[in-house]
Design a protein around this ligand. Structure first.
Ligand code: BTN
Length: 262
């Protein structure tokens, strides 16, 4: 896989010598944290064929069987306060959509804030993890990406999952998609701080949550709302049934019509 990814990688890609391929690893995010602590430079990426302990947000596991998915993490060292990275996950989502469109021929949607979706089912996810330095600035950000590529079926408990192969009706070229993803991430890194509002606008266009009835799940409570847009820091703008409005920047949102919420 490693050589095939490097062969598929555009000459424009700036961090070719920073791609670490491992046939198997517990979690690419966790491995990259170790490399980051050892001083790995900006743009270092870890890619594997198989994760034995892949995880997502809220400690959930991310099923990562061998040979059928993309499991990739990239290290960024932007020199900024963490508040400047509020839209990072959204920008990564847009970069994923661009890469999949270019390499697999169709464009998925995004469920706010970190799920890639096709046909109302989950195609992949993003796990962004930050470490701050002693001054409260960003030491590093790790963006972890999982994409279901060539699965033809999923365990029953993952009936809300889908794959590129199921959606496109043909096998997905994992190496070409991984190479396209690396390139789009490097482009995103170049622009996402200076062109923040463009990335938010692109996210907004791809975001399937906007315009939908949603449930906001926070601290054991469930609140109904309608998602009306994406705010300047990538927060979800909502309107409540009593006519008041607000925004959601953390917590969990389920979307009517997605993943079995009807
Ligand atoms: C989610 O669905 O909540 C996010 C899933 C993110 C999974 C990716 S796979 C590569 C990287 N390594 C991990 O352990 N997680 C991310």
């Amino acid at each position: 896989m490693e050589q095939a990814i490097l062969n598929a990688l555009s000459p424009e890609y700036p961090w070719r010598d920073r791609v670490h391929y491992l046939p198997e690893v517990d979690s690419t995010n966790d491995r990259l944290k170790i490399l980051a602590a050892q001083g790995a430079p900006h743009g270092t990426a870890v890619i594997t064929d198989h994760q034995t302990g892949g995880h997502g947000r809220r400690g959930r596991s991310f099923l990562s069987p061998p040979g059928v998915g993309i499991y990739l993490s990239m290290l960024l060292r932007p020199e900024c306060p963490p508040a400047d990275l509020m839209h990072l996950t959204c920008a990564v989502g847009v970069a994923m959509c661009d890469a999949i469109e270019k390499a697999a021929g169709f464009r998925p949607g995004i469920k706010w804030t970190n799920d890639l979706v096709s046909d109302r089912r989950k195609l992949g996810g993003i796990l962004t993890e930050l470490r701050l330095d002693k001054n409260g600035n960003v030491d590093y950000a790790i963006i972890g990406i999982g994409i279901n590529c060539n699965q033809t079926q999923f365990p029953q408990e993952l009936d809300m999952a889908t794959s590129l192969r199921i959606e496109a009706g043909r096998p997905a070229d994992v190496n070409a998609i991984a190479a396209a993803l690396l390139l789009e991430l490097s482009r995103m890194r170049r622009e996402f701080l200076s062109r923040k509002s463009d990335w938010i606008a692109a996210f907004s266009q791809n975001c399937l949550t906007v315009g939908k009835d949603i449930q906001i799940l926070r601290a054991g409570t469930v609140r109904q709302a309608k998602a009306t847009g994406i705010g300047p820091d990538a927060e979800l703008l909502v309107e409540y049934p009593d006519g008041t409005s607000g925004s959601v920047s953390s917590g969990e949102v389920s979307v009517r019509g997605l993943y079995g919420y009807v």
